[in-house]
Design a protein around this ligand. Sequence first.
Ligand SMILES: C[S@@+](CC[C@H](N)C(=O)[O-])C[C@H]1O[C@@H](n2cnc3c(N)ncnc32)[C@H](O)[C@@H]1O
Length: 215
Amino acid sequence: MFSKTDMRAYWDSIGCRDDNEKQIAHQPTREGFLQSGVDNLPLIFPCGCESIPKGGTVVEIGCGKGRLVRVIAQKRRDVRVVGVDVSDRMVEMASEECKEWINTHFSVSDGTNLACLGTNTADIIYSFIVFQHMPRGAVRSTISDAARVLKPNGRLIFQVQERKEITQPDPPDTDYRSIRYYTSEMATALLSYPLSLTSTRGGGHNLFVEAQKSI
Ligand SMILES: C[S@@+](CC[C@H](N)C(=O)[O-])C[C@H]1O[C@@H](n2cnc3c(N)ncnc32)[C@H](O)[C@@H]1O
């Protein structure tokens, strides 16, 4: 069984490293880190940030240092962009990184839910390169709570790493970093009422699942 305290402590320790940008996004330089946010966003929003409802609220689960939040906030000043992360240190750094964007907000979660956010408050919730590291039970409970936070017809978009077949046993639940792979069936099975699957796209390193809240 994983420990929420240890999960937070692990990611806090990553945030405290001098090379945290390399740890977060495999980017050894500041320029590369910032550019990677711009480059990765179309993977999550293939139709562009214009697909975010006008004046809406977007939430990132596992926002890290705000690498993606800042790009959305800059492109869409009318949108409220909320970053949630299990690590206090990540949230502290994201708040500092995004301080010039007044449409950004950050909260710390316990790593298993989005209790820091209100019911029916988000138009879109997304997650990128986060669920792949999380114990499967924590992914399931987080997605279930995302359904509560989404507005009716709100959209959930998340990435996992895909394998056609899972042949290796999972890393222990107390390992907060190693990759947990998903088949496409396993990834879509993470959804339950009131979330219904709208599409899967990509694959390999970036399998995306999209769902809509049906009420
Ligand atoms: C590889 S980084 C990616 C950060 C960000 N999504 C990005 O693309 O720049 C993974 C992030 O997920 C956060 N994280 C890990 N487990 C989490 C959990 N159970 N709930 C929320 N955030 C989590 C970590 O603290 C870290 O900031």
